[in-house]
Design a protein around this ligand. Structure first.
Ligand code: AMP
Ligand code: ZN
Length: 466
């Protein structure tokens, strides 16, 4: 299996430290509002990568933090006149709801900054003790000059960075590239006791601490959006390697941006849609499918037209699965010799999907493998096929979909299979009783839900309208 490692800028063969086990850390959102579509990308991408590892038999220890101490949270809390934790707890709940909607497997652990303060203080102290950090008037800075590898992840040269005007010059810093590990309390801000007075941590230290605490000094994979490469991940490496004396993460993975009109979607630019508002228009599974349709390292543009197209594509898969399911429920018998041969042929689609995923998780090509299987099924599985054959192809399709976290037989959040089937049963009753007005009204109601029905000799089939 090959993974593009940002640290080495090459695709490398993936070998975990311990056979069969993977330690993976993914930077999570800052919880001051609903997550936006851009934030949904790392959720879906790294969940899919995790699912693929699990499919291959690895056990994955998956840690994703919530940043619950931050200027934006404090600002929002002050605006609403509540404690910061009211804001952060509210949006942690909402982020978890969105993640569940996207069919993201729960993390092994979701640590929060507020619950790690003693460990954060301990690591800052270690960095001071080892000569990698210094305190000036209650602020503790990391001394970037003290760490040899500074810049190795982002490929930046420390001397260029020093000269760069982009870095704010802080009078108290020894070097312009030094960054804050701990800052003193300001009026109206939450604060914790520390050896350097009351204050709170800088942003970067939390991930070094949480990765160490829940995964160990060296981890297999560290991931996040590409905007985190510098300074966040560069600083994490400096902190962790300076404190622990061993390499931090062996593979660094970064997803590309979701853009709007080729500009990164972000709250600060104001060009964003929350996942919640988009999920009201398009089901969550369409959002997931849209994200998987591109390569994770390439930028993708977001638009309603592209989302509609993703929905139509996903419906092709769903309609195929439903059609197979219908045939399974309404036919009988074992596979014929010819069907056995076709079944063996259909194994090629799993190989195709695996080949795509083994090459740095090319989900776009993995989706193509699913479509190829759909075309194969549409061509070869018929109402006259045996139950065993229809079941076999359906299981193959569900296996491939499951690797990508797609559930084609489950009702989308907007629709509701149970309700659809109940309406179809009522319509069948009405038709039997020759109450055609009711039967027609039910058909219209279903159409309103985006569901079309077809009366066949084997019964009523339904599918989502195209
Ligand atoms: P934040 O809450 O801004 O720290 O972001 C949480 C995660 O979402 C990080 O991994 C970011 O890199 C990622 N992210 C933020 N905006 C985008 C975007 N427009 N496209 C892709 N990933 C993003
Ligand atoms: Zn982080």
């Amino acid at each position: 299996m090959k993974i593009y490692n940002t640290l080495t800028r090459t695709k490398e063969e993936f070998v975990p430290m311990e056979a069969g086990k993977i330690k993976m850390y993914v930077c999570g959102p800052t919880v001051y509002d609903y997550i936006h579509i851009g934030n949904a990308r790392p959720y879906v991408i790294f969940d899919t990568i995790r699912r693929y590892f699990e499919y291959k038999g690895y056990s994955v220890n998956y840690v994703q933090n919530f940043t619950d101490v931050d200027d934006k949270i404090i600002k929002r809390a002050n605006e609403e006149g509540v404690e910061s934790t009211v804001i952060s707890e509210r949006y942690i709940k909402e982020a978890l709801k969105d993640a569940a909607g996207l069919n993201v497997e729960p993390a092994t652990k979701n640590p929060k900054v507020t619950e790690e303060m003693d460990h954060i203080i301990e690591m800052v102290q270690t960095l001071i003790d080892k000569g990698h950090a210094y305190e000036v008037d209650g602020t503790v800075f990391f001394d970037t000059k003290s760490f040899d590898g500074y810049g190795k992840l982002s490929g930046k040269n420390i001397d260029d960075l020093m000269a760069g005007a982009r870095i704010d010059v802080d009078d108290n810093k020894k070097n312009p590239t030094d960054f804050v590990l701990w800052k003193p309390k300001k009026e109206g801000e939450p604060a914790w006791q520390s050896p350097w007075g009351e204050g709170r941590p800088g942003w970067h230290i939390e991930c070094s601490v949480m990765a160490k605490r829940y995964l160990g000094d060296t981890i297999d994979i560290h991931a996040g959006g590409e905007d985190l490469i510098f300074p966040h991940h560069e600083n994490e490496i400096a902190q962790s390697e300076a404190a622990n004396g061993v390499p931090f993460a062996r593979y660094w993975m970064h997803n590309g941006f979701i853009n709007i009109d080729n500009i990164k979607m972000s709250k600060s630019k104001g060009n964003f849609f929350t996942l919640r508002e988009i999920a009201a228009e398009f089901p969550y599974d369409v959002v997931r499918f849209f994200i998987l349709s591109g390569h994770y390292r390439s930028p993708i543009n977001f638009s309603r037209e592209l989302m509609t197209a993703a929905g139509t594509s996903l419906d092709r898969i769903k309609n195929c699965a439903k059609s197979l399911d219908f045939i399974v429920k309404n036919t009988q018998g074992e596979m014929t010799a010819e069907e056995k041969e076709l079944s063996a042929q259909a194994d090629a689609f799993r190989v195709q999907l695996e080949t795509a995923m083994e090459d740095d998780f090319n989900t776009a090509d993995a989706v193509t493998a699913i479509f190829d299987l759909v075309s194969f099924a549409n061509k070869n599985v018929k109402e006259t096929s045996s139950k065993a054959f229809a079941e076999d192809i359906l299981n193959k399709l569900l296996t491939l979909c499951n690797i990508l976290g797609i559930k084609p037989l489950e009702a989308e959040e907007k629709g509701d299979t149970a309700k659809i089937e109940e309406l179809i049963a009522k319509r069948t009753e009405a038709k039997k009783a020759k109450d055609f007005a009711t039967a027609d009204a039910i058909r219209a109601e279903l159409l309103e839900m985006g569901v079309v029905i077809e009366d066949t000799r084997a019964g009523v089939r339904w599918s989502y309208a195209k």
